[in-house]
Design a protein around this ligand. Structure first.
Ligand SMILES: [Zn+2]
Length: 414
């Protein structure tokens, strides 16, 4: 008996829910029809419209040409009149007035689409957009939206960043920390490095990220062109990066007064590599060397570090093993020598500043790798740059302001 009641309740549940869904679908259908009427050109004879090219009168060539816009209520058919001018220019005045999106998405759908495609693969985005929002778009279409919305500003030679550097009046006395590091991303023709820069006031949570995988000059220009860059000269800045020489040349041009530091963990990595080559991985001698290196880097200063490496370098090596050791430590010494002015760890520690780019390394995971380094993923050169640009933008402004920032970037690049 109880079972029968259960079935009855369940049927009631199903029926009432279906009814509610039907109401909602009716509502959506009405919304689409209403939008269709409001967005379409009024029927009846149309007047001439000034040609956007030559300002002369352009008359209707075709009435009611259909365009479909995807909205959160479903697809909306818009009928527009096609005008042609005597100068030869053809156009839809309605499209210009209404500012329809090139990908035929309403603004709220565009926001959802962009949020999905930069956080998940195109195929997963397709499934999830349907599941969460009932929006049915193919994976190819999603990829096209991503490409079309990032291309204008990610591809252009002169970068046009729109995000203001977080160095305004807030925390006016905190030093500004700039960190640069690279991340390997797989392209169709092998692995390539994408550089990521983060700019933030010490202790503040808001950061601006700039990413670049194509060329160094463009990376430099991204910071130079960022709104608020001029303020950087008036502030105390410290700059932490790995040992790539071009990064330091760039730092000299952009922020000559900034305190420079070679990322502590990169030094340790180089030290470990030399010790491993010379003494064998995990050997007592290798770990002994690493302990001494760490200690001297922090407490004794660079001269003591150079002395240590020299002590481990065999002089006039004749035996093969000694030659090998001399070579390993020789490489380390050259690396340290070329970064001689950037080894003042104690100075940084005494000021309470970080000595390693640990923060940017985790940023690499959250900003780039989470979307760009998934299993089996390969990027074309252009799409790698586009996705890195979008991910950096989103991490800088947050998901709610992301689409507006993209549209602003497109306008600025035009
Ligand atoms: Zn014309």
């Amino acid at each position: 008996m109880g079972r029968k009641d259960d079935d009855g309740d369940r049927a009631l549940y199903e029926d009432s829910y279906d009814e509610a869904v039907d109401d909602l679908l009716d509502y959506h259908r009405n919304a689409c029809e209403r939008l269709s009427r409001k967005w379409s050109d009024p029927t009846g004879k149309a007047h001439a419209v000034a040609c956007p090219k030559c300002r002369k009168d352009a008359w209707v060539r075709k009435y009611g040409v259909k365009r479909t816009i995807m909205t959160r209520f479903g697809e909306v058919s818009v009928l527009r009149n096609y005008h042609v001018c005597r100068c030869g220019h053809g156009f839809y005045p309605r499209d210009i007035e209404m500012g329809f999106d090139d990908d035929n998405l309403s603004r709220d759908v565009l926001k959802q689409v962009l949020d999905f495609v930069v956080t998940d693969t195109f195929e997963a985005s397709r499934e999830r957009l349907d599941l969460h929002h009932g929006i049915r778009l193919s994976a190819t279409k999603l990829k096209h939206v991503f490409e079309r919305k990032s291309k204008p500003f990610a591809d252009c030679e002169r970068p046009c960043p729109v995000v203001k550097l977080p160095i305004g009046t807030k925390r006016a006395h905190s030093p500004i920390m700039i960190q640069v590091d690279g991340s390997m991303i797989r392209h169709t023709d092998g692995w390539h490095e994408t550089k990521l820069m983060s700019i933030q006031a010490m202790g503040a949570t808001d950061r601006v990220y700039l990413a670049e995988s194509l060329d160094k000059d463009r990376f430099e220009a991204q910071l130079r062109e960022s709104p608020g860059f001029a303020t950087l000269k008036k502030r105390e800045v410290f700059w932490i990066a790995d040992g790539a020489p071009w990064i330091w040349k760039m730092k000299e041009r952009l922020c000559p007064n900034a305190f420079a530091l070679l990322d502590f963990y990169h030094v340790l990595e180089h030290g470990e590599e030399a010790a491993k080559q010379a003494y064998g991985e995990g050997s007592d001698k290798a770990s002994c060397f690493m302990n001494a290196l760490t200690h001297r880097l922090i407490w004794k200063g660079k001269e003591a570090v150079f002395d240590l490496v020299k002590e481990h370098t065999p002089h006039r090596p004749r035996k093969k093993v000694d030659k090998h050791r001399a070579e390993s430590f020789g490489k380390l010494l050259a690396y340290l020598e070329s970064n001689r002015e950037r080894l003042n760890y104690r100075y940084f520690l005494e000021r309470g500043w970080p000595i390693g780019s640990g923060a940017i390394e985790s940023a690499h995971k959250s900003v780039l790798q989470k979307r760009m380094k998934l299993a089996g993923m390969k990027w074309s050169k252009k799409n790698a740059q586009r996705m890195a640009t979008l991910r950096a933008l989103r991490s800088s402004v947050g998901p709610t302001k992301f689409t507006d920032a993209i549209l602003k970037s497109i306008r600025k690049a035009a």
